[in-house]
Structures are given as C-alpha cells and as structure tokens.
Design a protein around this ligand. Structure first.
Ligand SMILES: Nc1ncnc2c1ncn2[C@@H]1O[C@H](COP(=O)(O)OP(=O)(O)OP(=O)(O)O)[C@@H](O)[C@H]1O
Length: 332
C-alpha cells in the first residue's frame, strides 16, 4: 500500500511562503506527476513528502497515517534524484544493496533483491562496476534500481531525466513507465517537461507559485483546462491565445491549439505574415506574425511550404476553441 494525502500543506522559508496550502490525494499504485514552471515549488513539495524539508503547516499522510514528524529513513519512501547520488567507491551491486545492508537484512536476501532489480533494469553485466565506469543513463538506472531494492511504499523522482541526452531521455522514460506497470507502485514524479508529464502520468498536478492550478488525467487537462495557465502549459507547441473581441466573440480570450488553426494563402479571417517555418518531417510548424493577436503557431501534418515573409490567412476551428474571461478562467 502507498496512498498519499496532503492536507492544506504549506511551506515557508523565513517569511516567504513558497507552498501556499496544497491538498492532494494520490491513490495506491497511481503515477502522479507534479509540473509547473521553474520556482513554482515542485521540488519543495516532493522534499516535504520525503521528509527532507519540514512541513510548516498541514498534514502529510501515507495510508492514512500522519508522517510529518517521522524521520526520512522511517517513511518507507525511496527517492531518485537528477544527480543520481551514487556512492563512487561502491560497486553497482553494493550501491543497490546499501539501504538493505543498513537495515541489517541478511546478505543472501540483499543479493537476491539486487539481482531481481538488476534483471528488471538490464543491469546484470554491470553489477561489479563502479559508477565512474558507467554512462549517465546507466547511472540513472542504478539509482532507480537502488530505489526498487528497498520495496518502498512510495517512489519519488525529482527530474530524473534532466541530465540525459534526448534519445536516452525517451528510452528511460519508457523504462520508468514499464517499471510502474510491473511494480504497481505509487510514484510521484517532478518535471518541468510537459511531454514527460503527459506520457507518464495517471494524474498530473499543475502547480503555479505554490498553489495547485488543476489536477487531472493528462488528456482531461489537455481537452478541458480550467484556465489559460493550464491551457498554455499542457500541450506543445503552446496553445494560441487570441483576442476574442477582434473575432466578434463575447469572451475575453479564445484559446486555439496549433493543430486547430487552418492556414491558407487567400482565405480566413486573420491576416498575418510568415515569420518562421519549422519542418519536423512528420509535421510542419508555421509561426505567423499577426497585427491583432501577436505570434500564432500553426501545426500541419506532413510537409508544407509557406515562404517566410509571405502573407497568409488563418481560420480558427471554432468547434475546438476554448473561451476564457478577463481573469483567464475558462467559460464553459
Ligand atoms: N532552502 C530554501 N530557502 C529559501 N527559499 C527556497 C529554498 N528552497 C527553495 N526556495 C524557494 O522556493 C521556491 C520553490 O522552489 P522549488 O525548488 O521547490 O521550485 P521548483 O518548482 O522545483 O523549481 P525548478 O523547476 O527550477 O527546480 C523558489 O522560489 C525557491 O527560490
């Protein structure tokens, strides 16, 4: 079991409150991702769950038990850091087994647990090496293996893929998703990468300046955002925000995703000029500068040519538009 509940949790550093009352329920076995811009409090919240930061007020509960005052080592939580945090003088095997050794677990049991985790992560051939003899991706797999060996109630990940190159990030992301399926464990994962959030999460928590903006399943946040912040944060490239009044609409702001903006040389209510074109192979992104709505992004499937500086016209798909009031709240 590993259900997590946060009840009106706050955190102040001196007089500065950086977590401003967070309520959250993470079910046993759920993969929950904290996303938000730099400085919104993702890591602080994770560190409070781990016990690495004190909670200023509110309750942190695991399986209904308040753990605010429980030492980190007694929380049955394993954390995987961006920086791996492996012991350089220990072999992979000893790094993975260390926590169990410190608990006085019999040696044969430690070997068995480490071998099992190594098999899950394809680390078998590397068990006798030291961290300096491993690539970054292999080191991160060892750090994940070390977490698995402890069979914790909660796995906490703090931007674990940030130090990896693009291809390895994708491979390790898929690995973590598979591990979650195989282990059925509760995982809390911090990232500022919304693609990681969309692909890994059962539940995404969007944070902004120490508050929760919205909690939901990835596609629910994508299809049904509560406000312009969530609408702009979830989805890449970002949603376009247009001035509703200039389109003859009564809301304040109209949100249109790049794939719901049609582009043509001659037809459409919005005029602009092509400022930049990105051909990504499978899709084309065209950035159009408009006098009324600023820079808008158009996404088209396949390869398209819109010469830079040429005049184009855009048509929003009204059936896919999101409407927001002057405070950025969604009008439904
Ligand atoms: N030890 C500390 N003392 C004072 N302020 C802190 C401390 N740790 C974090 N903060 C502040 O708390 C806020 C939240 O920081 P936190 O590291 O949780 O953000 P984050 O969302 O994880 O950001 P990033 O994505 O950049 O890692 C920031 O404004 C930060 O400056």
């Amino acid at each position: 079991m590993g259900a997590l509940t946060l009840k009106n949790v706050t955190k102040a550093f001196g007089k500065t409150e950086v977590i401003k009352g967070v309520d959250l329920d993470v079910k046993d076995g759920e993969f929950c991702v904290f996303v938000g811009p730099s400085g919104c409090g993702k890591s602080t919240l994770l560190r409070m769950i781990a016990g690495l930061e004190d909670v200023t007020s509110g309750d942190v509960e695991i399986d209904g038990e308040r753990i605010n005052d429980l030492a980190p080592a007694r929380r049955e939580i394993a954390m995987v850091f961006q920086s791996y945090a492996l012991y350089p003088h220990l072999t992979v095997r000893d790094n993975m087994g260390l926590a169990l050794k410190q608990l006085g677990t019999p040696k044969a049991q430690i070997v068995e647990a480490a071998d099992k985790a190594a098999a899950m992560l394809d680390l078998g051939p590397l068990m006798e090496r030291r961290p300096s003899e491993l690539s970054g991706g292999q080191r991160q797999r060892v750090a994940i293996g070390r977490a698995i060996v402890r069979t914790p109630k909660l796995f906490l990940f703090d931007e674990p893929l940030s130090n990896l190159d693009a291809a390895l990030r994708v491979a390790t992301r898929i690995e973590i998703a598979r591990l979650h399926r195989d282990l059925g464990a509760t995982m809390i994962y911090v990232t500022h990468d919304q693609v990681e959030a969309m692909t890994l999460a059962d539940k995404i928590v969007v944070l902004r300046a120490g508050r929760v903006e919205q909690v939901g399943r990835p596609m629910d946040l994508y299809n049904d955002p509560d406000n312009t912040f969530v609408a702009g944060f979830i989805g890449s490239p970002q949603m376009n925000f247009l001035k509703a009044g200039l389109l003859g609409l009564s809301s304040d702001t109209v949100g249109i995703r790049p794939e719901h903006l049609a582009i043509s040389a001659t037809e459409g209510p919005i005029e602009g000029s092509v400022s930049h074109l990105e051909k990504l192979g499978g899709e084309t992104l065209t950035y159009v500068r408009t006098p009324d709505h600023g820079l808008l992004t158009v996404r088209q499937f396949g390869e398209h040519d819109h010469p830079v500086d040429s005049t184009v016209r855009l048509t929003p798909d009204q059936s896919r538009a999101f409407h927001f009031d002057a405070d950025g709240q969604r009008l439904r």
